[in-house]
Design a protein around this ligand. Structure first.
Ligand code: AQP
Length: 326
């Protein structure tokens, strides 16, 4: 069975960009692939963070993934730091990765601008650790949002360089993009992001979600209700496509272009469909919150089975490198 790996950072509240850009697709892919999903806590410490919050966010993120459908009967789910071979392999990959490749990564440039006082080595090395996360399991496919595509290309490059120098050990992983690879924030300007105040949280309450949706930027050229709109220029439309039925989408597309419906009418349909999908997730998350031991048990078992694979890969890697390891 073909293997998939993907991860999510516990840097903040999981939002609908993460959900429709990645997690929803992860759940679908468990039908066809051998799936490994991970809460990547070591990635989260590359920027300033609150120590107590990281602990809570890590287990909360795992809990949300389970509530979304990534249950232990469908996939392996664990926390990155519980399988230390990830960082061990990252060190080895550092030795085949030119610094220039890392300096040109868009995320590194963006995060360096956002965190001028803390441009640390980990921030630059982020994609190398990501390559190790994927390749330690020899995963051939990585479902991610558009923002991560450049990093996966670098993982391919790392695998190629390693294989050329030390022998054919790693596959060159391929990206699987979802149908909603880039969701903008409610500001309609930049990517919906945990670290920006522009997101709709997956577990936010109904009123808060409606308030954010109601005021979210749509097609900026549609100033008055009587102006025809263009769904292709509207961020709400990209979210609609992930939550609404085909017949509803056709009707809204037509109504928007002919100005027979307004943005609020369109948002009301989206809100209803979003809630229909998100409320069962919230209900499952609420029950899991009452049984944190279950969540801890899931990630512990996930780490145990992933460790077995990771240890095997590291044996191969050390042997091919010429490391003395009796
Ligand atoms: N706005 C988005 N649209 C589509 N996909 C997205 N993803 C994130 N934001 C969007 C995808 O979600 C997965 C997990 O994301 P992550 O937490 O590992 O990475 P991130 O890109 O750093 O997420 P954020 O929310 O933007 O966090 P911060 O603010 O900490 O940088 C990935 O597959 C990602 O592509």
């Amino acid at each position: 069975m073909k293997r998939i790996f993907s991860g999510i950072q516990p840097t903040g509240e999981v939002h609908i960009g993460n959900y429709i850009g990645a997690i929803k697709q992860w759940v679908e892919l468990t039908e066809e692939y051998d799936c490994i999903f991970c809460v990547v806590d070591y990635h989260a410490i590359t920027v300033e963070y609150n120590i107590e919050e990281l602990r809570d966010r890590t287990i909360e993120t795992a809990l949300i993934l389970i509530a979304c459908g990534l249950t232990p009967d469908r996939c392996r789910l664990f926390i990155q730091s519980h399988v230390p071979e990830h960082t061990e392999l990252a060190w080895i990959f550092n030795c085949v990765t030119p610094i220039g490749e890392l300096e040109r990564m868009t995320q590194f440039k963006d995060k360096s601008r956002q965190h001028r006082a803390n441009i640390n080595m980990g921030l630059m090395d982020y994609p190398v650790l990501q390559a190790a996360d994927i390749l330690i399991y020899k995963a051939g496919y990585v479902p991610v949002g558009e923002d991560q595509v450049q990093h996966i290309e670098l993982s391919r490059e790392v695998a190629r360089r390693f294989n050329n120098r030390f022998g054919d050990i790693f596959p060159e992983p391929q990206v699987i993009l979802s149908h909603a690879p880039r969701i903008l924030g409610v500001d309609g300007a930049s990517k919906m992001s945990k670290s920006m105040n522009n997101y709709i949280g997956l577990l936010e309450d109904k009123d808060a979600i409606w308030e954010k949706l109601r005021t979210a930027v749509t097609d900026v050229n549609r100033v008055r209700r009587a102006d025809p709109g263009n769904p292709e220029l509207c961020n709400i439309w990209t979210i609609h496509r992930a939550f609404s039925r085909e017949d509803e989408l056709l009707e809204i597309d037509k109504g928007c272009r002919q100005a027979s419906i307004g943005c609020i009418d369109c948002k009301k349909v989206l809100f209803k469909n979003m809630m229909d999908e998100l409320i069962p997730i919230r209900d499952r998350a609420d029950s899991l919150k009452k049984d944190r031991d279950y969540v801890i048990d899931v990630v512990r078992k996930g780490a145990k089975t992933c460790s077995e694979i990771a240890k095997k890969t590291m044996e191969e890697v050390r042997s091919s490198l010429g490391i003395f390891y009796p």
